[in-house]
Design a protein around this ligand. Structure first.
Ligand SMILES: O=C(O)CC1=CCC(=O)O1
Length: 267
C-alpha cells in the first residue's frame, strides 16, 4: 500500500494505492462531503483482482481545497492529471454520487483513457430540487460549519433501518467524521458543480461499458431516475441494491461487492 499527495495542476490530491502491481487499474471516486475512506468496505474484494487507486476529490479529505466554484470539467481533469502523473494509461472508474457524476464526464470526454464505468447513486442532471437545495446547504456550511450538516446528511444517506440499528453506529460515526473534516470551501465548490450538472442529454453518446447501481431507497438519485439514465446509455446495465439508501456501498457492502465483482469479471 502506498499513499501520499500528487500534484495535479496547481494543487495536490491525496491518493492511496492498494492491490498487486500488474493487475488492471480501478479508480474509486468519493461522494460529496466524504473522502477515499468511504470505499473501505470494498477494498478487500476489489484488491483481489485490481490495482485500486483511491483519491480524495479536490476540496475533500486531505486534498487541497482551492477557491471555488468548481465545475465537473475540473473534477474530470483532476482524474486525468492523476492518471498521467501515475502513468496509468487506462483504468476502470467507479464513483458514487459526486464520484458517479465524475464517472459520466470521464466516459463522455475521455473514452480513450477509461475502459468502463460504474456510476453509483448519481444523477446526470440538476433538477429544481438541486438548484434550491445546494445554495441552502452552502449557506448553512459557511454560517454554521460542517458539523451542522452531519445530522441532516446522515438522514438522507442511510435508511431508517440502518440508522436505528446500534450495530451500525461505528459506520455512522465514521461517515459523520468525514463530513466534519470536509473543508467548507471544498464542499461549496463541489456543491456549486452539482447545480450545473448537465450530462443527461449526452448519455446516448457514452461508448464504453457502463453499470448504473442505486440503493432502493436513495432519495438523491432515486431508482426511477437512474433506470432512465441506464436506458439512455447504450448497452448499460442497471442494478438496485435492496434496502439501501444513498451510500449503498456502506449500507449493504456484501450485496454491493458481489454485484461489482461479478460485473468486473464479465464486462
Ligand atoms: O448529499 C446528498 O444528499 C446527495 C449528493 C449529491 C452529490 C453527492 O455526492 O451527494
Amino acid at each position: 500500500m502506498t499513499s501520499g499527495k500528487i500534484k495535479v495542476g496547481a494543487h495536490e490530491l491525496q491518493c492511496r494505492i492498494e492491490g498487486e502491481a500488474g493487475n488492471p487499474w480501478l479508480i474509486l471516486s468519493n461522494s460529496l462531503a466524504t473522502d477515499h475512506a468511504m470505499w473501505q468496505p470494498q477494498i478487500d474484494t476489489l484488491t483481489r483482482t485490481h490495482r485500486v487507486l483511491r483519491y480524495d476529490t479536490r476540496g475533500h479529505g486531505e486534498s487541497a481545497a482551492p477557491a471555488g466554484p468548481y465545475a465537473f470539467d475540473d473534477l474530470v481533469s483532476d482524474v486525468i492529471g492523476l492518471m498521467d502523473a501515475l502513468e496509468i494509461e487506462k483504468a476502470t472508474f467507479m464513483g458514487l454520487s459526486l464520484g458517479g457524476m465524475t464517472a459520466l464526464g470521464l466516459a463522455l470526454d475521455h473514452p480513450d483513457r477509461i475502459e468502463r464505468i460504474l456510476c453509483c447513486d448519481a444523477r446526470a442532471d440538476a433538477p429544481d430540487l438541486y438548484k434550491q437545495m445546494w445554495p441552502a446547504m452552502i449557506k448553512k456550511a459557511r454560517e454554521e460549519g460542517m458539523d451542522a450538516l452531519v445530522a441532516p446528511t446522515l438522514e438522507r444517506w442511510f435508511s431508517t433501518n440502518f440508522r436505528t440499528n446500534p450495530t451500525n453506529r461505528p459506520a455512522l460515526e465514521a461517515t459523520g467524521d468525514m463530513i466534519r473534516r470536509t473543508a467548507v470551501e471544498g464542499y461549496a465548490g463541489c456543491a456549486s458543480a452539482l447545480m450545473r450538472l448537465d450530462y443527461l442529454p449526452r448519455l446516448s453518446q457514452i461508448a464504453i461499458p457502463a453499470h448504473f447501481i442505486v440503493g432502493e431507497h436513495d432519495p438523491a438519485a432515486p431508482p426511477n431516475v437512474m433506470r432512465e439514465m441506464a436506458a439512455a446509455t447504450p448497452g448499460a446495465d442497471f442494478t438496485v441494491i435492496p434496502g439501501a439508501a444513498h451510500l449503498s456501498n456502506v449500507e449493504r457492502p456484501d450485496v454491493f461487492n458481489d454485484i461489482v465483482a461479478t460485473w468486473l469479471a464479465r464486462s
